[in-house]
Design a protein around this ligand. Structure first.
Ligand code: XIL
Length: 331
């Protein structure tokens, strides 16, 4: 049957995956990455920690390798990520902590980082995740005041990051990216706060092109039913939307025990993946649906969530799970 990529291209949707560039040495992995997906994103290799491990010394090798793979396979690239509190280089965080980097210097370093990285990849990146995860689940109604960047440089740093990225590559689509901002919590408080903030950026003329919902779901909580509405609401601001890091975690010991027995179908992994894709399909401005890795061995979940895993579309032997056929059906 037709690949996800081929089916999606007929309806102008891009299907993407996060890739670990050195895994492309495995021909089975490279083949799936090339044939099933029309856009790739580096899971880690464009993060500040990786691109500038020592101050002033850049290492673009992982990102360059992925860009080259994408060009060979006629794929687009989602760049990830320019402004985020995680995976910062040690020299930067240590310098801030011990006072050798002042806030004014931090701002200059960030400006330089964004300018240099976007310039290095200029013309090769379709969408950049400019800013990532500025809201929390614990205090969902406002930009996180304790965020590393906000606490040092104020909330205006987010708008500045978009302006700096735009100056360096005016043609790249610039995204705000976060988790649980499309229908994913009971009160919808985080989605509402993100919406209010993004609306302000648009009103201020900040060069933002889109909003990405990461889409890290879990069989324990089920599918967030307002996802379509929340994506549409961002789209109605004149923005594009995307699902940027989809996966659906299951419980390793007994994948179904956490699921209420009357919900086995609707809380199941294939159902949640399918609903998430359908939410994107229902919103015309949703331009890409990206999974956060495709093989169960190539997943961040076991390292970050105790007792959870098997979150991806392909199993540990890189054989497609039945969910792949469900997604082909949806397309
Ligand atoms: C994850 C990577 O997949 C892991 O390899 C790394 O150890 C931690 O980061 N949200 C994001 C991604 O925006 O950058 C994160 O990626 C997963 C959560």
């Amino acid at each position: 049957s037709d690949s996800l990529r081929a089916l999606a291209s007929k309806i102008d949707l891009h299907i993407g995956t996060a890739v670990v560039p050195y895994d492309l040495d495995n021909p089975d992995y490279a083949k799936i990455a090339a044939t099933q997906f029309s856009v790739v994103t580096p899971g880690n290799e464009m993060k500040w920690q990786v691109v500038e491990p020592t101050q002033g010394t850049y290492d673009w090798s992982g990102g360059d390798r992925l860009v080259q793979f994408a060009q060979q396979n006629h794929q687009l690239v989602r760049g990830h990520v320019l402004l985020w509190h995680n995976q910062l280089p040690d020299w930067l965080t240590t310098g801030v902590t011990n006072g050798t980097i002042s806030d004014a210097q931090l701002r200059d370093l960030l400006h330089k980082h964004i300018t240099d990285e976007v310039t290095h990849f200029k013309g090769k990146i379709w969408q950049w995740d400019v800013a990532n995860e500025f809201f929390t689940d614990d205090n969902p109604s406002q930009l996180n005041p304790n965020d590393f960047w906000i606490s040092h440089l104020g909330t205006g740093v987010i708008a500045d990051a978009f302006r700096w990225a735009h100056a360096a590559d005016p043609k790249a689509l610039l995204f705000y990216n976060d988790y649980n901002i499309a229908g994913e919590d009971g009160t919808n408080a985080k989605s509402d706060a993100a919406y209010t903030f993004i609306k302000q950026l648009v009103a201020q003329g900040v060069p933002i092109s889109g909003v990405g919902d990461q889409g890290h779901l879990d069989t324990q909580y089920g599918f967030p039913t307002k996802m379509t509405d929340d994506l549409q609401r961002f789209a109605n601001l004149g923005l594009k939307t995307a699902i940027t890091e989809a996966d659906v975690r299951t419980f390793v010991d007994s994948p179904t025990t956490q699921v209420p027995t009357d919900h086995l179908a609707t809380f199941a992994q294939p159902y949640e993946y399918s609903q998430m894709l359908q939410a994107c399909l229902a919103v015309k401005q949703c331009i890409s649906f990206t999974v956060w890795g495709f093989g169960d061995t190539d997943s961040w979940i076991p390292g970050w969530f105790t007792n959870e895993g098997y979150a991806n579309l392909y199993d540990v032997n890189l054989a497609p799970k039945p969910v792949v056929a469900d997604l082909q059906q949806d397309l």
